[in-house]
Design a protein around this ligand. Structure first.
Ligand SMILES: C[S@@+](CC[C@H](N)C(=O)[O-])C[C@H]1O[C@@H](n2cnc3c(N)ncnc32)[C@H](O)[C@@H]1O
Length: 234
């Protein structure tokens, strides 16, 4: 019903538009993102630019897990034969799940953007698989790491991807920060010795645990620090 309205009724006459607006207004956030107008796409573009500075343009390879309406995928400034988008439902280039993609994959990438199924189990699997197929000096970018409210922690929004942020902040031989913009954009650099470490019992933790305990220890940074992190060479 909601989708029928979306397709056939002008926005101004669509009741779901107003219901969503009212719902959003009634949500109490326990922190706010930086007000500067940067988002995941700015960070992906800078990461691609940094790769191009170091190696030939035609050698830069991009992978996006979860593409939906290609809002990010289509803006990545590379020709289509240098980018792969994986999504079982919409967008990208490969109509399959990320597990199916990685099972038969042998390609390596310089920039990998993880934005598929927003559950802890799937997102942690996507990170572990992405680490295996990241080129030296590459970067992994993750969306939805910092929900501001219990509503934003639901599957309709960011899910419990924050648990992956907790794991990464404990993992060894990695550099990891989260830009405090656009639902929290994780930036991850790895080495050959990188080991993904699971925080004990993290899968059982609730939003209140995140808000009251884990959030304060996450490596959250402002946008300037995030841009410097991407630009910094190792
Ligand atoms: C939030 S949207 C992606 C938005 C897009 N990356 C952007 O920046 O605009 C999440 C997408 O993940 C896809 N998805 C769900 N499960 C998946 C899976 N197991 N593997 C890959 N993609 C998945 C959904 O079909 C949906 O299109």
């Amino acid at each position: 019903m909601r989708n029928l309205f979306r397709l056939f009724v002008p926005l101004i006459l669509n009741p779901y538009y107003y219901i969503r607006k009212i719902k959003k207004k009634s949500i109490k956030n326990f922190f706010e993102y930086d007000s500067k107008p940067y988002n995941r796409i700015s960070l992906i573009s800078l990461a691609i630019n940094q790769v191009i500075l170091k190696k030939k343009f035609e050698n830069c390879k991009y992978l996006e897990i979860g593409c939906f309406d290609n809002k990010a995928f289509d803006t990545v400034p590379l020709p289509i034969d240098q980018k792969i988008g994986v999504d079982p439902l919409r967008g990208g280039t490969h109509r399959m799940t990320s597990d199916e993609f990685f099972k038969d994959n042998s390609l390596f990438f310089d920039v990998i953007f993880i934005d598929g199924l927003h559950t802890y189990e799937q997102c942690s699997k996507d990170v572990i698989n992405s680490i295996k197929f990241l080129n030296k000096d590459g970067i992994i970018i993750l969306h939805d790491m910092l929900p501001r409210s219990k509503t934003e922690e639901t599957q309709e929004y960011s899910g419990d991807v924050w648990k992956v942020a907790v794991d990464l902040s404990k993992s060894r031989n990695i550099e990891f920060i989260i830009a405090n913009v656009d639902q929290g954009v994780g930036l991850l650099k790895t080495t050959e010795e990188t080991r993904y470490i699971r925080e004990e019992n993290i899968e059982t933790k609730k939003f209140e645990d995140y808000k009251n305990y884990f959030y304060k220890d996450l490596p959250t940074k402002n946008i300037e620090e995030a841009l410097d992190f991407i630009k910094k060479t190792r």
